[in-house]
Design a protein around this ligand. Structure first.
Ligand SMILES: *Cc1c(COP(=O)(O)O)cnc(C)c1O
Length: 385
């Protein structure tokens, strides 16, 4: 990589942009002396729930736990099926397994890369007609993943889930601030899981996660589950685990939350610049009407992806692939994957073609122009070849 290279993402640039405020927040926590689940966590939980537009927020240790705890709160039991997509971070599936449940895959929509409601609907219909019954328990929940920052079609998914009495657990790890008709991702399902991993749209400087919901009952269950099943300290009313958000991360998240809307706006600006440079040579990301895309990633599909990626790298432009293999063909899951839709055609047709361009709020116009222009010229000479 060249010295003046362009990074794909940069939590460090974000810290440097807000250094004074972050340092003050950390210092305050250190001097107060309460380091786990104190005032900073409690205020961040309130602020974040308000930002999403729901009644309750619960800080947890990471986004994977946020999904596991959400499933447990919904009453998912070992052996139950949980429907999701294979085109996602493996964390989604690890979280389902951690709850003892069986991941069941349906396909994604080719234009937004998110759960295809048609695939979901027909899969559940077939399943309940007795076809493809390989799940020991009942299908308990569906996890739509708002991948790359574009929300899933929540109206359709909610209505299908209602038909089969399934809980809707939103995986919002890539969609902080995204919305449909002004209603935020995280407020559409029964409960929603967020990750605050450093590179996410809202990220801390270590691991962190959060669960939000409008249900006091579900929030109460997550609150107990995250700390040994305690309602009162030291008295376990149910079995639980340790999955807490620490005070330093919470204090930093409160600082960053103030800038999240602005940061998302900047991501959209960057996407616009890429769009203007690339629209004639490649299909630029789809934004469905009424949807707010927050561009956790700016993803395009290209022929000869790995070669193009190498050419960009040579010029100091870093890119990533989210993700190089769908979960159902990863070594750990190849044998035990349950595909409940007819097939995963779309999932299997995109993973060799997708490429995530540099994207983070502190990326300068100059860098975006450089990356976009170079890519555009590579792709147009590709076309001529
Ligand atoms: C990051 C991510 C997670 C998991 O979050 P962690 O905080 O890393 O555990 C889950 N789902 C998706 C889609 C993610 O991108």
């Amino acid at each position: 990589m060249k010295k003046d290279g362009i990074l794909q993402t940069s939590p460090h640039a974000h810290y440097m942009a807000h250094k004074r405020e972050v340092d003050t927040a950390i210092d305050m926590v250190l001097r107060k002396g309460r380091y786990i689940l104190g005032e900073a966590a409690a205020s961040f939980e309130r602020e974040f729930a308000r930002f999403i537009g729901v009644g309750h927020g619960v800080g947890v240790a990471n986004g994977t736990d946020a999904i596991t705890l959400s499933l447990m709160a919904c009453g998912a039991r070992p052996g139950d099926g949980v429907v999701t997509v294979s085109h996602t971070a493996v964390a989604t599936i690890a979280a389902i397994e951690r709850a003892g449940c069986v991941p069941c895959f349906v396909d994604v929509d080719p234009s937004t890369y998110t759960m295809d409601p048609v695939s979901l609907g027909s899969a559940l219909k077939d399943f309940h007609r007795g076809k493809k019954r390989r799940v020991p328990g009942k299908i308990r929940a569906v996890i739509p993943v708002h991948l790359y920052g574009h929300p899933c079609d929540m109206k359709a998914i909610r209505s299908i889930a209602g038909r089969y009495d399934l809980f809707v657990v939103e995986d919002c790890a890539q969609a902080h601030g995204a919305s449909i008709s002004g209603k935020k991702a995280g407020s559409w399902g029964d409960i929603a899981a967020f990750s605050f991993y450093p590179t996410k749209n809202l990220g801390c400087v270590g691991d962190g996660g959060g669960v939000v919901t409008d249900s006091a009952v579900l929030a109460g269950r997550v609150r107990m589950l995250r700390e040994y099943g305690w309602r009162k300290r030291y008295i376990s009313e149910s079995s639980g685990m340790n999955s807490r958000l620490d005070e330093i991360q919470a204090a930093i998240l409160s600082v960053y939350l103030k800038y999240l809307a602005r940061d998302n706006e900047r991501r959209c600006q960057i996407a616009d610049i890429y769009g203007s440079l690339l629209k004639d040579v490649v299909d630029t990301p789809t934004v469905r009407p009424g949807y707010r895309h927050v561009y956790h990633q700016y993803v395009i599909q290209i022929e000869g992806r790995d070669r193009v990626r190498g050419l960009l790298q040579k010029e100091g432009i870093a890119t990533l692939i989210h993700y190089p293999l769908p979960v159902h063909i990863q070594p750990a899951y190849r044998k035990k994957s349950i595909i409940i839709s007819r097939d995963l055609k779309v999932t299997e047709s995109i993973y060799k073609r997708i490429l995530s361009l540099p994207m983070y709020p502190e990326l300068s116009d100059r860098s975006v122009l450089k990356a976009g222009t170079l890519l555009s010229s590579i792709l147009s000479s590709n076309k001529r070849r």
